[in-house]
Design a protein around this ligand. Structure first.
Ligand code: NAD
Ligand SMILES: C[C@@H](CO)CCC[C@@H](C)[C@H]1CC[C@H]2[C@@H]3[C@H](O)C=C4C[C@@H](O)CC[C@]4(C)[C@H]3CC[C@]12C
Length: 368
């Protein structure tokens, strides 16, 4: 990478490039990486918006493929300088079996690592998650923590378990010899809850609010704070890491970085209202309107219904014992490791992130 200064000769691969975060990473790379010659976008489902990208100066190659298929991954990785691995199954609602989550998130990541090793790709950036750390099964708060904060990271749910295993694989692969004899350099980025244009769960809450006559009902105390980060800043962090990984391999190789920006610390519901409020929704109640024990009961009932109905249909509501525990546990990050290690500053201020997200919600189907 070092000799390529300002000439277009780099080949990047983004797995999961058609997902919520992946699309932002793809667009950010096209805007912010002048050395790109080819951008490969690998995803199980390719989006029609890719077509519009193909008219620019960078060769955009769309590859429909499955990360669980080692040969498909190896073919996509061959010849790439950098791999940004965002593909994954994000499921905390019980839509997919634990086995499939493991196969995609863990085996898929192992396939990406092996492909780098076999084909000689040296730089691998993995999109991990805050959930690798917590909230843990004890519901202990993680308050303004950083990458070195001591916290018991114990999970049972398949999604955080899979992210933790995959992250470990990526970090352990740092330094492995790739084809050609040079060492692989890896690192992992851990976003907190991402929001912004394209955020499906925000869309779900918006539709729920519209169905309830423009109201949402407070269920979680306002004092429970959640770390949230704007998708544009998460994408920007990925682009910066990809750019700096070669020059700062000794410092950054094998490291983890939380993704952060200047988004305020708020409860999950109050934070969503920053966007849903200006779009006409109202959060009813200054305190939870439903007692916590009743929420626990409803969440358990949802889990039971999901299990009973599974042979007939997929019942996957937002509320289940795991999402309730997450929503009800403080998890906030305060760190400057990304700034110290690779000069990261958020590209979008909180005001801009908020405005962009509001504008997007206003375009969502069924808007008030
Ligand atoms: N959304 C969040 O709040 C959040 C927070 C922290 C970390 N993350 C991580 O960020 C990454 C992207 O998440 P997202 O929110 O954009 O999810 P997403 O579901 O929108 O995107 C994931 C993409 O991966 C693709 N994919 C899934 N299985 C695949 C397979 N077998 N082969 C190839 N592609 C496959 C999907 O088609 C999708 O386009 C994930 O790894 C997730 O764990 C997300
Ligand atoms: C009890 C409900 C009353 O309104 C609220 C339920 C909210 C939950 C659906 C969400 C609360 C916290 C969210 C998660 C968090 O933001 C971080 C995540 C990490 C990431 O890797 C994937 C997404 C998620 C698990 C996110 C999912 C939705 C929540 C559980």
């Amino acid at each position: 990478m070092a000799d390529s200064a300002q000439t277009q000769e780099l080949v990047y691969l983004v797995t999961g490039g058609c997902g919520f975060l992946g699309e932002h990473v793809v667009r950010m790379l096209l805007q912010q990486e002048p050395r790109l010659r080819e951008l490969r976008i690998f995803d199980l489902h390719l989006g029609p918006w890719l077509e519009e990208l193909k008219t620019g100066p960078v060769q955009v190659t769309a590859i429909q493929g499955d990360v669980t298929q080692a040969h498909e991954v190896a073919a996509a990785v061959a010849g790439a300088h950098v791999v940004i691995h965002t593909a994954g199954l994000v499921d905390v609602f019980g839509k997919t079996s634990p086995e499939t989550i493991h196969e995609v998130n863990v085996q898929g990541t192992q396939n990406v690592i092996e492909a780098c090793v076999q084909t000689g790709t040296r730089f691998l950036i993995y999109t991990s998650s805050m959930e690798v750390v917590g909230p843990n099964i004890k519901g202990q708060p993680f308050y303004r923590g950083n990458e070195n904060t001591h916290y018991e990271a114990i999970h049972r749910h398949p999604y955080p378990c899979s992210k933790a295993l995959a992250e470990r694989l990526v970090l352990e692969a740092n330094g492995r010899e790739v084809l050609g004899g040079l060492p692989l350099v890896t690192c992992a980025l851990r976003p907190t809850g991402i929001y912004g244009e394209g955020h499906q769960i925000m869309r779900d809450f918006y539709h729920q609010g519209l169905r309830l006559g423009g109201r949402l009902f407070r269920a979680i105390p306002a004092s429970v704070e959640h770390g949230r980060v704007y998708v544009g800043n998460v994408a920007w962090m990925h682009v910066l890491v990809a750019r700096e990984l070669e020059h700062r391999a000794a410092l950054m190789g094998g490291q983890v970085y939380f993704c952060y920006d200047n988004s305020p610390y708020k409860s999950y519901e109050d934070f969503n209202m920053e966007f849903l409020g200006p779009c006409g929704l109202r959060l009813v109640g200054t305190r939870p309107l439903i007692p916590y024990w009743l929420l626990v009961l409803l969440a358990a009932l949802n889990a039971l219904l999901q299990w009973l109905l599974r042979p007939l249909l997929l019942y996957a509501p937002l509320l289940n014992p795991y999402t309730l525990a997450m929503a009800n546990t403080t998890f906030t990050v305060s760190t400057d490791k990304a700034r110290r290690h690779f000069g990261y500053e958020p590209l979008f201020s909180w005001e801009e992130s908020r405005t962009r997200t509001i504008r997007w919600v206003q375009t969502v189907e069924g808007s008030a």
